[in-house]
Write a new protein. Structure first.
Length: 88
């Protein structure tokens, strides 16, 4: 069950409308409720809530429960987003 990102949903942290996602992994998976994403504007870690693409912030407990490899990938993605923003 893939989500429909065409309407866009606001980031619960910064409010930017998010209407696209780039899957990480091979083969590239579709985006589904429960998946983790990172806001391209504020780099906060978010969880996809439903098929409309609504989002919520990841809790500290959820972040602690992530596998080390996943947490490292998220940290790298956040670093890239934050560094890109500084150049703009
Ligand atoms: Zn954001």
């Amino acid at each position: 069950m893939s989500i429909n990102l065409s309407k866009g949903a606001p980031c619960p942290t910064c409010g930017h409308k998010l209407d696209r996602a780039t899957p990480v992994g091979f083969p590239a998976p579709s985006v589904n409720p429960g998946d983790i994403t990172v806001c391209a504007y504020c780099a906060d870690v978010l969880v996809v809530l439903d098929t409309d693409g609504n989002l919520r912030k990841m809790t500290e407990q959820e972040e602690i429960a992530l596998e080390d490899d996943t947490r490292e990938r998220l940290s790298y993605i956040q670093l890239v987003i934050k560094n890109h923003g500084r150049r703009a």
